[in-house]
Design a protein around this ligand. Structure first.
Ligand SMILES: [Zn+2]
Length: 404
């Protein structure tokens, strides 16, 4: 893979196909970069005439924004290939907790470092990383990614005090935020407190929601394997009363759904739930390969899109996925829902992910955006080059990124 770090000097990148994500694809196009920002996108023949800087021909590739992986847990990378699908969500959670304890900090750190390299090769430039220990913070500081680091809170008894959490995080490439793990592992009052913490600071808020049927059952009447798991771990709160609502309706009643809330998974959702998500303009984050691994089904993508939502994509962790590839996540959904225009899948993997993570300077090739780009080779010679690219084998041939 070729790498093109860009500085403040002007460069013109030419490619067979440009996918700007704002506006239609441009055949034989170019992207002009100057002073660390994209300044123009259009036909190569046109831009070349007025451009005075260096020109780089990337060749027979599609040039698009670097991909956004809006949901992953790098700390779990050490569990790759060590857990098998069981068909039961709670059984998987239990084996994850058991296995995770078998590894040393050094092994966890090494696996996370390898995972970061893989994400880079797979074309990811923006990450929504969910961490429990802070261990990946140091790795991410050294890496060329843009990151929203979500400190994850798991506390059904609800005793965590938020005042100790880092409020300021002065790094250009990183934003610090909080994430309650799920409606069944964090107390309602704490979920609300976390939301007001992120709301006050204008940061994104991320929560796993409507992933498994067990979650739905627990919130409906307080029973099932999740109840037993909480009791087993000494986390069950004796005063807890099941809300008798769907996971989405429950979060809505808590008042934590808005356009800065990332709802991860949204597999177990009814038409009424989708209506709520759309009304609150939340950001669904879909992790289809993880859903398939855990046997919980696939999210109803056509219904989400029809409701006007702009879903983004995540790989979730290597404990429920064997790859960290946003392109593969796009493929899974494309094969499940081929009626959806191929451009939509690229939007989910780029611009909509950046929007969900609150980055208005990433995810599109347009004036003012940062020049975080990837060049993809593939078969895009037919009448619909974007569909050809999505369907066929593809490879990240080059990365263009800011040399900050
Ligand atoms: Zn997750």
């Amino acid at each position: 893979m070729e790498e093109y770090p860009v500085s403040r000097k002007p460069v013109l990148f030419r490619a067979r196909l440009i996918l700007p994500m704002q506006g239609p694809p441009v055949e034989n196009g170019a992207v002009a970069v100057e002073r660390g920002r994209i300044v123009a996108v259009g036909p190569y023949s046109l831009l070349r005439r007025t451009f005075s800087g260096r020109s780089v021909d990337l060749g027979e590739v599609a040039l698009l924004p670097a991909l956004a992986n809006a949901h992953t847990h790098l700390e779990l990378s050490v569990l790759r290939f060590r857990l098998t699908p069981t068909g039961s969500f709670v059984t998987w959670v239990k084996s994850l907790l058991r296995k995770r304890a078998e590894f040393s900090l050094e092994e966890v750190r090494r696996a996370a470092g390898e995972a970061l390299k893989e994400l880079w090769r797979e074309g990811v430039g923006l990450l929504g990383e969910v961490g429990n220990t802070g261990l990946t913070l140091a790795l991410l500081r050294e890496a060329p990614f843009f990151t929203v680091y979500f400190r994850e809170i798991i506390d059904f008894r609800g005793t965590t005090e938020l005042k100790d959490f880092l409020a300021r995080f002065p790094e250009a490439r990183m934003v610090y935020a909080l994430s309650p793990h799920a409606p069944y592992t964090v107390s309602p009052v704490l979920i609300q407190a976390i939301k007001s913490w992120t709301r006050r600071r204008g940061r994104p808020f991320s929560i796993h929601v409507a992933e498994s049927p067990e979650e739905t059952l627990f919130l409906r009447d307080g029973s099932g394997p999740i109840r037993f798991l909480l009791e087993e771990r000494g986390q069950f709160h004796p005063e807890f009363r099941a809300p008798g609502l769907s996971p989405v309706a429950y979060l809505d009643r808590l008042g934590v759904l808005d356009d800065r809330t990332i709802c991860v998974h949204v597999v177990q959702v009814s038409p009424e739930d989708i209506e709520i998500l759309a009304r609150r303009r939340v950001r669904p984050c879909l992790c289809p390969r993880s859903n398939v691994f855990l046997g919980v089904g696939l999210p109803p993508l056509p219904d989400l899109l029809r409701a006007g939502l702009r879903p983004c994509l995540g790989t979730d962790s290597l404990a429920s996925n064997d790859r960290l590839s946003i392109l593969s996540e796009m493929e899974v959904l494309y094969y499940a829902y081929p009626e959806i225009p191929p451009e939509t899948y690229f939007l989910m993997g780029t611009l909509w992910g950046a929007e969900a993570l609150g980055r208005r300077d990433l995810g599109a090739l347009a004036p003012g955006f940062r020049p975080e780009m990837i060049a993809l080779s593939g078969s895009f010679s037919g009448s619909d080059p974007v569909r050809g690219l999505l369907e066929g084998p593809k490879k990240v041939e080059a990365r263009i990124y800011e040399d900050l």
